[in-house]
Design a protein around this ligand. Structure first.
Ligand SMILES: *[C@@H]1O[C@H](CO)[C@@H](O)[C@H](O)[C@H]1NC(C)=O
Ligand SMILES: *[C@@H]1O[C@H](CO)[C@@H](O)[C@H](O)[C@H]1NC(C)=O
Ligand SMILES: *[C@@H]1O[C@H](CO)[C@@H](O)[C@H](O)[C@H]1NC(C)=O
Ligand SMILES: *[C@@H]1O[C@H](CO)[C@@H](O)[C@H](O)[C@H]1NC(C)=O
Ligand SMILES: *[C@@H]1O[C@H](CO)[C@@H](O)[C@H](O)[C@H]1NC(C)=O
Ligand SMILES: [Zn+2]
Length: 943
């Protein structure tokens, strides 16, 4: 599954506030059942497709055996007992009687008691006839209804599914755990004006009567229940190049979007073939078709149902004319992610959700590294993007004391949902990357992977299975002396966290020690086997070699003897290939900074990005009493001053992430925030000059990504030339109908509205543009622009639309709209909190995650007077007790953030007071080149 970040954050907050100590007994099925084949027959009446009813009926027949004698059959269902109209058990000619049935609505387990015990090695057949209700488009899980407006402006209803992790039971009673694999023979009866897609190709189609048709699909491969899917709709499909003879690849959506399927059609087949080459297993050996389908209402980003991958529209439909290159990239990556699951997840499945990183870590890993091997994407530098987008975000998520381990216990559906987060995906992928690049090398890694996939095909797997396959292809010289593969890896997987390696100079030697890195608090017990590779100034070709040179074992220090003989600096963790941070003593940091100023290109671009990211996080840790206490913000600023020469994407990416956090705390508009952004603007001038507004090159992916990122920041930090240009392009759109170049739209819409002198009309114009389009990429870009408005009334109007069905804003996009509002402007957070207080009843009846909204909004608070808005909410008589308590803890953490910000502000002031006293207004004026140079010279003197 590929989740959407914003939604997930909301869900996680919700769970944190709703579930404390929960009884976890009784949620798992006994392992004694062995289902082999499901025959599922579903019936969707035409009332579903007119919006008149949600009722459907079904019958499931499960062929199974038991591995030990039992008088109970336990399986999952979401239908109540009353909806289970008939339950029959048979075995050959006999029909064992069912003497009792009980149902637990919490665990969703149906228990059938039989008169005589079931015996082993006997074939049983359980037939259940039932009725159920489809879920609504604000639920988006199980079998559910989605709707959209068609070419003729008619509301059209369709049925789709989202079964992972625990929702197949909603469509039919089943043993709904990943390790109960079986084949599925599914048939669906539906109005004959529509069509149906399933995991497999249809075997027979028959006319039931004048209104209905019935499609029976071929048996699936042996697979988990959560991978079953179907869709009943009026969609059309575009057929691409076949994956193999007789294995078609199609992309389907509402017919109006047909022209926007081309990119997915083009890129899917080559990605699939790259994956076939890597895994050594043909897709067609398991499933004989691949349909990808865009569902208008979809909860996550996409879902890897075998043979029928479902997507949000933004994840599949791309308009060459109107969708940005960022969307083009995310579509390619989401497709690669889902297709990777055909092997990692579908063919070999995590035995239980504790190990979901075996599915998601690989999907996240290959969404970059398989995509990178696809010809059309070969110059997109996806391997480098992996570092800033995955490794650095994983390190951050893994830096709090409460971070989950990759393997952690999950029993209830809530626990299971909580496993689908940054640790599982980003850290899982990063640890695989470390194994591949530091320990095994690409070739051995692939041998190990192929061995794993072959051994556990159509079965469940646990991490030990993977380690044993990988170990087979790992030479012992690549491991710490006397330590097995799994022993070297286990701490990274079974414990949370990751280390910071401290590098200290001792004459010509350096000494390495480790501690778990935490942004706050401490953990003196966690230790890891750290694969170390390094580069010194005497041989910079070494950066390209990420093979482990030495290990830092959990309970030891490691000395690199004489390594500084003839070298002025040393940098550890070549290309940030290992999953850890590196800190240096002050002498070594000074040498690295000097090297960056002398010729930054001598240090690998990914290590430059790492230095920036690490330093920023060390300063954050120091300010929060975390692990690293010897690198403060003044050290970060003195490191960042080298950025004046930096024109590469990755170090800037890391810097901007760090800046975002700093500015979110001190506020963009505070004295210190303004001082910081004007300094940043000076540093940005060189890279800004490489990506001018007028040089559009959409065929160059890396250039375009850099252009969008840099221009967005330069405008945000207040560069007047950038703001003027944005306003000019917007005016030309509004007055003359000249569309803004697609990649610039996000920043142009935002800055034009933020700095508008005619806000009501500019806002209305953009709102009208929203109503005129059905392309989800354009819609979200417009929403992000509207969120930049600095007019309280308009922003509240926008939030009002988010809870008004006739606005057309989908439930799935609700959290995006809100985050655009509360995170984009200086009034956004306060305005959003006011809206909650003023419209509490309407809001809570529409949206269930209001608690998480409150916490998220308060995360953007920077001043005392904002706290009052939160107090007003707490004081309000209409607000529920649970939201009051969420608001109270949000208030406490906002208060400590603000206190913390005052320390930060002091550091900013102290650092910038030197150039300011020497050059008068230097830090404020941004356009004078002379002053810029003077300022930079002064910064150089600082370290
Ligand atoms: C249902 O299962 C839960 C979890 O095991 C248990 O706490 C609860 O008592 C059960 N309910 C009934 C009615 O048995
Ligand atoms: C589409 O239908 C809606 C609601 O029925 C109506 O408000 C709107 O004006 C219609 N739009 C067009 C383009 O016909
Ligand atoms: C990379 O480093 C490893 C470990 O030091 C070494 O064995 C190997 O020869 C190096 N590879 C290349 C191509 O230099
Ligand atoms: C860090 O610790 C010091 C001394 O114990 C304390 O005064 C300060 O408030 C702490 N800061 C944070 C952010 O916890
Ligand atoms: C909330 O209530 C407290 C206690 O009654 C009061 O002191 C405070 O001023 C109120 N705050 C707001 C913003 O209404
Ligand atoms: Zn996934």
């Amino acid at each position: 599954m590929a989740w959407s970040t914003i939604l997930l954050v909301a869900i996680l907050h919700l769970h944190l506030t709703q579930t404390n100590a929960q009884d976890t007994t009784g949620y798992r099925l006994p392992e004694i059942y062995e289902p082999s084949r499901y025959v599922v027959d579903l019936n969707f009446p035409d009332t579903v497709f007119t919006g008149a009813s949600t009722a459907f009926t079904g019958q499931v027949t499960i062929a199974f055996r038991v591995t030990s004698s039992t008088t109970e059959i336990k399986l999952h269902t979401r239908s109540t007992i009353a909806q289970l109209s008939q339950i029959l058990l048979s075995s050959g000619l006999s029909a064992p009687t069912i003497s009792d049935r009980t149902y637990n609505t919490t665990t969703e387990i149906l228990t059938l008691t039989v008169g005589t015990a079931l015996s082993i090695a006997t074939d049983y057949s359980l037939e259940i006839t039932y009725s159920g209700d489809l879920a609504s488009e604000s639920v988006m899980r199980g079998a559910y209804i989605s709707s959209y407006s068609d070419e003729n402006n008619r509301t059209v209803y369709m049925v789709s599914t989202q079964f992972e992790p625990t929702h197949a039971r909603h469509a039919f009673p089943c043993f709904d755990e990943p390790n109960f694999k079986a084949t599925f023979a599914i048939s669906i009866t539906y109005p004959s004006t529509l069509n149906v897609l399933g995991n497999t190709a249809s075997e027979t189609e028959s006319t039931v009567d004048t209104t209905y048709r019935k499609t029976t699909f071929k048996d699936t491969a042996k697979m988990s229940t959560y991978l079953v899917a179907f869709a009943v709709s009026g969609f059309t499909c575009t057929e691409g190049e076949t994956i193999d003879t007789g294995v078609p690849h199609r992309v389907c959506s509402r017919s109006e979007e047909a022209p926007n399927r081309a990119w997915a059609v083009e890129i899917g087949t080559p990605i699939m073939r790259v994956l076939e080459d890597l895994t050594g297993i043909k897709y067609g050996s398991q499933m004989t078709k691949m349909d990808e389908i865009a569902i208008p209402d979809f909860s996550s980003g996409a879902m890897e149902n075998w043979g029928l991958v479902t997507y949000r529209e933004t994840g599949l439909l791309y308009s060459d004319e109107d969708s940005s290159n960022n969307y083009k990239k995310s579509i390619a990556l989401v497709i690669a992610h889902e297709f990777t699951h055909m092997w990692f997840g579908n063919l070999v499945t995590c035995k239980w959700w504790d190990y979901i990183f075996l599915n998601e870590g690989f999907a996240r890993y290959y969404q970059y590294f398989a995509a990178a091997l696809t010809k059309q994407l070969s110059d997109w530098e996806l391997d480098k993007h992996f570092n800033v987008e995955q490794v650095q975000t994983a390190l951050l998520a893994d830096s709090s004391i409460g971070a989950q381990a990759l393997t952690s216990t999950s029993v209830t559906p809530n626990d299971i949902s909580n496993k689908f987060g940054t640790i599982t995906y980003n850290k899982g992928a990063s640890v695989f990357r470390m194994i591949e690049t530091n320990i095994m090398g690409a070739t051995n890694f692939i041998y190990g992977i192929q061995n794993y996939l072959t051994l556990y095909s159509n079965q469940g797997a646990i991490p030990a299975n993977l380690w044993s396959s990988l170990a087979t292809y790992t030479p012992s010289v690549s491991l710490p002396s006397g330590v097995s593969f799994s022993a070297a890896i286990n701490n990274w997987v079974e414990n949370s966290g990751h280390p910071v390696v401290k590098v200290s100079k001792d004459g010509n030697n350096v000494v390495l020690t480790q501690t778990r890195f935490l942004l706050s608090g401490s953990d003196s017990t966690s230790r890891y086997y750290v694969p170390v590779c390094y580069t010194t100034s005497s041989d910079i070709t070494r950066f390209a070699n990420t093979t482990v040179q030495t290990w830092l074992a959990p309970d030891q220090t490691t000395t690199l003897a004489n390594v500084l003989n003839g070298s002025s600096w040393i940098i550890l963790n070549n290309r940030q290939s290992g999953f850890y941070r590196v800190n240096y003593d002050s002498t070594l940091w000074t040498a690295i900074k000097a090297a960056l100023h002398a010729n930054h290109l001598r240090i690998d671009v990914l290590n430059r990005a790492q230095l920036v990211s690490d330093a920023y996080n060390f300063a954050r840790s120091k300010a929060n009493n975390g692990t690293v206490t010897d690198v403060g913000y003044s050290d970060v600023f003195s490191l960042l001053s080298y950025l004046q020469y930096e024109t590469d994407y990755y170090p800037w990416y890391a810097a901007i992430i760090g800046n975002n956090h700093l500015l979110q705390r001190i506020g963009y508009d505070s004295t210190e925030g303004t001082r910081f952004t004007s300094w940043m603007l000076e540093l940005l001038q060189a890279v800004y000059a490489t990506v001018p507004f007028d040089t559009i090159d959409t065929s160059n992916q890396v250039y375009t990504m850099k252009q969008i990122m840099i221009l967005t920041r330069v405008c945000k930090y207040g560069e007047q030339t950038c703001i003027d240009k944005s306003k000019e392009l917007f005016a030309n759109y509004r007055n003359n109908g000249v569309k803004v170049p697609k990649n610039l739209r996000g920043l142009v819409y935002c800055n034009a509205l933020r700095h508008s002198t005619d806000i009501q009309n500019d806002y209305n114009f953009l709102w009208q543009k929203y109503q005129d389009t059905k392309l989800m990429h354009e819609i979200l870009t417009i929403f992000s622009g509207l969120g930049c408005t600095e007019d309280t009334t308009l922003l509240k109007g926008f939030l009002r639309q988010s809870i008004t069905a006739s606005s057309g804003i989908r439930y799935q996009d609700f959290t995006s709209v809100w985050s655009y509002v509360y995170s984009s402007s200086k009034i956004g957070a306060s305005t959003a909190m006011e809206f909650i207080t003023e419209n509490y009843a309407d809001l809570t009846s529409y949206y269930s995650g209001v608690g998480s909204l409150i916490s998220n909004i308060a995360g953007y608070y920077t001043s005392e007077d904002q706290l009052e808005k939160l107090e007003a909410l707490i004081n309000s008589t209409v607000v529920s007790a649970s939201h009051k308590s969420t608001a109270q803890s949000a208030l406490n953490s906002a208060r400590s953030n603000i206190e913390w910000a005052s320390t930060l502000k002091a550091e900013v002031t102290a650092y910038f007071s030197v150039p300011e006293t020497s050059t008068g207004d230097a830090a404020i004026s941004t356009s004078s080149l002379v002053i810029v140079l003077v300022t930079l010279l002064l910064h150089k003197i600082l370290y």
